[in-house]
Design a protein around this ligand. Sequence first.
Ligand code: IPM
Ligand code: MG
Length: 356
Amino acid sequence: MNVLCLPGDGVGDEIMAVARRVLEQVVKKFDTSLNCVEGKIGGNAIDHYGNPLPDETLTQLSSCQAVLLGAVGGAQWDHLPAEQRPEKGLLRLRQKMELFANLRPIQVLEGCAPSSPLKQEYVEGLDIMIVRELLGGMYYGEPRGIYIDDKGERYGVNSVVYTEQAIRNIGEVAFRLATQRQKRLCSVDKANVLEVSRLWREVMDDLGQKYPHVQLSHMYVDNAAMQLIADPKQFDVLVTENAFGDILSDLASVLAGSIGLLPSASLDGKGSGLYEPCHGAASEIAGRNQVNPLAMILSTAMMLRHSLQRQDMAQAIENAVQSVIAQGYRTQDLCRQHDTPISTERMGDMVIDALQ
Ligand code: IPM
Ligand code: MG
């Protein structure tokens, strides 16, 4: 097993260091081996190579089955033109690896419901899977750019483009996941306004014929945003396009108590994948040993499950995380009034202890 580790920017280094220690422990426990190579992406790659996704990183990638990524971005690179920003490194990597399916599980771990801003009974036991299409829509659509019209006025353009095949591909992933879960799939679109959404809905309906045991419903994205807060437990699997998924997954992360708990997997459909926490670089707390490493740790579990076929090792990590939470240990982001926060490294130590 070869894994490319890309800590990236901000808190990336801290969470990656902890996740690698956890990974070492689980590898030891299961008496197997795993080879981690470390590379650069995002702002630190810009500083080092002048490119957010340098060839050096792509060369490393060619011998790896999976990528673990910390986070990219930071204010010091905000002034750069769009093409050279840290985020572009991640967007190009998603394209290079053909990662069209982004899975963002929103689970409320036992004991975490009180950290959610919603009333406990609304979120206790919550388990939603957001399936976000990751290579289409306005993120990659052409034409795009800032232009000047005949009268000399500037205007900006982005295009939301989806081929039927791209919709079908992400639909298949979502239907299959729903089959393994509660068999309820809600497809989120804006079909009352957008043509691309009307096509989306048609294709999802068509796929639904193939999965008669899955209960398919459709919801407009504005309503979905409201329903995620008003009655989140109605959802099992949500499937949606790139930009809607970006927004809804941040929104839904709040339900779990902290975005610092949420892992993600980006898959190519052939077994390769990129695994990263849903949260960003959080530069304001970088270097303080304060960030919650659990999203990164849970991302390594997703990697073991989806790319390395080690369900047993993934489950061991998830159980360890759950037991540390159940014992009451909390990093700053999850603390309520009377809690005393523990550090990033300490949280890592606790998970490693629980693994032993
Ligand atoms: C995410 C992030 C990225 C996205 C950024 C960093 C490009 O917000 O993974 O949700 O918009 O996809
Ligand atoms: Mg996002």
